[in-house]
Design a protein around this ligand. Sequence first.
Ligand SMILES: N[C@@H](CCC[C@H](N)C(=O)O)C(=O)O
Length: 285
Amino acid sequence: MTTLRFLKGHGTENDFVIVPDHDGVLDLSARQVAALCDRRAGIGGDGLLRVVRSAKDPAAAGMAGEAEWFMDYRNSDGSIAEMCGNGSRVFARYLVESGEAAPGTMAIATRGGVKTVHVPADGGDVTVDVGAATLPDSAGIEVALPNGTRRPARNVNMGNPHAVVFVADLDDAGDLRTAPPVTPPTAYPEGVNVEFVVDRGPRHVAMRVHERGSGETRSCGTGACAVMVATARRDGAELPATYTVDVPGGRLVITERADGGVEMTGPALIVAQGDVDLDRLTLRG
Ligand SMILES: N[C@@H](CCC[C@H](N)C(=O)O)C(=O)O
């Protein structure tokens, strides 16, 4: 029997299997990650967060700086992504609740660079500084809707790629169990997260998302940041600007500072822990 200790956490219902591997001894394959994230035959999650000391993981070598911990993030299909906004908030909550870090402000290494996360001592909402967005050329990028129309998409990179589409109604996105068709296919050679957005009021929007490597999720932190930035540009908002972004799993508050940095605040919870027998997982593919 190969036992693996895990925890389960979520941020606005974007849920994660958390695997403490402080000394970097685990080598989880993509199939094992997918099996752990399987909602029927595994634990279930939109992604997996392996918690490892930066000094113990070659992926963090040379980039972690002062960050003691590296967030090794995997999508639920086992693929690697550069960054996970909600995941970084849940990761920091885990560090505090497990006693590995003091409450307050800490640096966390990710494949998308070192991020600053603030975990208040009172257990309240967690804030991550995701960094500045970049806005690659959006010319000609479109997303096909199930009603046969095509909508222009705003290309926003938050360390990972996003296509933000404004729609009249969130139901216009249809069934997001499969990825919405994005054209031209050359726009996102590494795949893309697609967000559908509607207005809810002044500086207030709501979104649905299809995440690369995970399908439709109830929240995507970097996606919400991309939505905030795209909406602020559409509105001609002066910086700093703060928007409320509603997701199916809750609410995030996002500020783009005058220096371009994007901060996201919302709940982050650890809800369960246990052991899983790796030998009993169903490996597919
Ligand atoms: N849910 C995450 C994003 C996870 C990565 C994404 N699926 C990708 O492949 O880029 C978030 O909260 O940002």
